[in-house]
Design a protein around this ligand. Sequence first.
Ligand code: ARG
Length: 517
Amino acid sequence: MGRRSWASIERFGRWRRAFVVVLTGLLAAGLLSGLLGGWISGLGGWALAAPRTATGAAWKVGTDPTFPPFELRDSSNGQVTGFDLDLIKAIGQEAGHPIQVVPMPFDGIIPALQANSINAAISAITITAQRARSIDFSRPYFKAGQAIVVRVKGPSYTSLEQLKGRRIAVQIGTTGAIAAARVPGAQVSSFDSTPLALQELANGNADAVVSDVPAILYAVQQANLTGLRISGENLSTEYYGIALPTRSPITAQIDAALVSLMESGQYAEIYRRWFDAEPPTLPPSAPVLKEKASALAGLNVQTLAQNLLKGAGITLLLTVLAFSFGLIGGTALAMVLQAPWPLAHRLCRLNIDFFRGTPMLVQLFLIYFGLPALLQNLEIGFTIDRLPAAVTALSLNVAAYLAETLRSGIESIDRGQWEAADALGFSPLERMRFVIAPQAIRRVLPPLANEFITLIKDTSLAAVIGFDELFRQGQLMVATTYRAFDIYIAVALVYLVMTTSASVIFKQLERRLSLPA
Ligand code: ARG
């Protein structure tokens, strides 16, 4: 072996050593910070817990800060503020417990309470008989009701009955979602937050949004969403309560603090600050709690199986469509990367870098919510359905990844094969088709299988644009039954069945394509 190759092996060895050192360093740092973090938070807990008589342990309070004016992020400092936050802080002060705000998605709040990972939640949560089976509520602290929002230029619906057969956008797990689900023939699409549901309406992909009056009023009047109006108001009477784990030791403390804030006038002051109005009188307990919980409660295995199967169908559809288009796009990109066109190369690289270098979630939002909003602001009427939006985002991603896989497959074919094809007088296209591609395909089959399996799982991201694929079907069931563990295990198993089947199919294919020994 020549000198140079020794030198390069040695250099490679050095690089490898440096790499190992850096990796070990990173791992050690991660471990240390984890330990340190645990220790510090333990210390914090101890420090807070020690003088229990003066200031009690901090209460961890969950909230979904996407529901102004109840809970929102202050754009200037990123802190969570709002009516609910002012109220819970006053309650904490009254009871002698600092409040630690834990932001979380709305449909995660009840499971978090059930898991006791938070002490309480304040999030404009309506007291319902159904929810009261899984969690406890404080006494009512706010009176609200459902409203219907429509586009200024669209038709008006004043009651839920009029929404029959229409497209309704809602926030997952809310009372608005429950009301919409009861409308016969309505196509309900669920979103992770109310602003997203309103965006869906503004973009023309829904006919109405059903949500709480005060939040909707705020969104329509103060937020940047133009072209929306309320067409039906106070369709129901709902009371908000602070949610707690069942038999929580702090329920009584919270109730007592609420009463004393109401008596001292501090509650009214907070109310005026956010609503510019006098608070109504509130009953000591929500009237609905006297009614019997609806028959919907409980987890029905047959419905679960049906819904998950429906979701799996959509997941499969998305995967197959996105993979097919992605394969076509990836092949095209890989081909162009083989061709002697510098400008085209650069464009391809740009495309690959963009779609590999940005989160798919961002791309989905950009295509589905961003693009129509932008074009409509420019007075260009444009809407995109969720299927084309999801398939576009997913296949652009797949194409970007597959381009590299296919390119390396093509380039791995021995030079001799290319030269032999040239010697036989093949054109570049024939050379690819008859000599290079058949061998390259065999080599890239394992990474193709990887990509396909990854894609099956990645389609769950389409839930954010209101797709009821497998994961969202599970989420929807959790939102009505609060059986998070059982349902997500079932969801995971269905994904597992799908991914293992895919891997078996690819293995078969590989065997079929492999040359006889
Ligand atoms: N009041 C409604 C409910 O309890 C909607 C609450 C939504 N709150 C939120 N922070 N996103 O279902």
